[in-house]
Design a protein around this ligand. Sequence first.
Ligand code: BES
Ligand code: MN
Ligand code: ZN
Length: 496
Amino acid sequence: MSIRPTIAFAKIATPKKGSVVLLAADGAALAESAAALDAEGTLKKAIGVTEYSGKLASSVEILAPHGSELDRISIVGAGKTEALDERAWNRIGGAAFAAAKKAQEIAIVADVAGAEPSADDVAALGMGVILASYAFDRYKTKKDNGKAAPAKPAKITIMCANPTAAKKAFATAEAIADGVVLARDLVNEPANILGTLEFAAKAKELEQLGVKVEILTEKEMKKLGMNALLGVAQGSVRPPRLAIMQWSGGKAKDQPVAFIGKGVVFDSGGVSIKPAGGMEDMKGDMGGAAAVTGLMHALAARKAKANVIGVIGLVENMVDANAQRPGDIVTSMSGQTIEVLNTDAEGRLVLADALWYTNDRFKPRFMINLATLTGAIIVALGNEHAGLFSNDDELADRLLKAGLDTGEKVWRMPLAPEYDKIIDAKNADVKNTGGRSAGAITAAQFLQRFVKETPWAHLDIAGTAMGSPSSEINQSWASGYGVRLLDRLVRDHYEG
Ligand code: BES
Ligand code: MN
Ligand code: ZN
């Protein structure tokens, strides 16, 4: 695995060795602290020659400046100082890491002409560095350039006005980044390595952070009547599990909030089998469960003052003599019967029982489920926004705001009785597909039948959990989408 760099904080000074990253504001203005490094005017000259403008996250590099011990000075753009929000600081951190080209010793001078970065700004820069340094290369025995990977972590020093405050703010940012990295790893891992039991074991590891974790077996789920979830799992030799994670950082009397994830470790489609092209991507069909697990990690690691439940349904959807058939009718834990017309619409079957169980047992303040649920949401929204469906305007607005703040954006989609009618079944209470039109919406309507009056939101993350275009803070196939979004939701509204 790519080794995470170590990050330390120090007062602004003139770095003497290694690689240095300086920040330039719009118009390529350098901060005063850069003057000592530019006694010869080398930086000014490079800026002139390259017509560098200081545009946000753009960079220019100057190799081995004359008469210094430094290896390289890079300049990264901070753009317009009035637009320097948290997302911009994340991007600057990612761009700074890229500009330093994996040097072993890197100093990033977090100083911008005309703006003094706060401790939170510097922490956001640090988070950008960590997210950018992630690579899923565990199974590459050689690096792409043929060289052996370095054994030592890079040493990064972030120089800033108040290193003590920045270090403290970064501890929180790092906890969240660790949750994102965990979610990315879970999604990137192939299904032969990460099956249902292996995923459940990963959830169990959160006990080290003080999370209470229960794992329900097939037998226990049978007793609870979770036949919708179990029907999906019956074609796989790998048994289903339901993992229940509880973080109790709030007051004992505080009603918990709950997050529920679709954890299909591989989705072949079942008997309604998927076409071969691109089927390998279905190793990531547990992106919802990965986000919930990463979120629980983040909340526990930063000791969030909230009571939070995470529930993930872990199954594998396979083709087998014992697999579920189109036309099968199953009775869900809620008592509602479901006619399974397409075995590839399996995520909603898993969530139907997971949502009902969570609501029934914990009576949460709200439930938010995450799922790589439909190809239709990718047709509608591409890879930029997750689809948001909700029965509660306040919850929906809070999610929209958290999305804009963190850059993990959501776009609200409709729910309505007219759409709900489409999934009334001929031979049971509800059918698991309403056909091609409004596919993402009818999937959401299906889930809503299992939530009663509890405030609820469904995030369809099929387009955002994986395969998003690469950015300054993510170059991996899996994005870890949802961890930062939901951590922010909890922080802004449900703590203390
Ligand atoms: N896991 C898929 C949805 C998906 C597709 C996720 C592409 C990520 C990328 C889901 O289980 C599925 O197969 N949905 C079907 C539903 C249909 C059969 C009603 C779909 O979207 O085609
Ligand atoms: Mn499917
Ligand atoms: Zn699926």
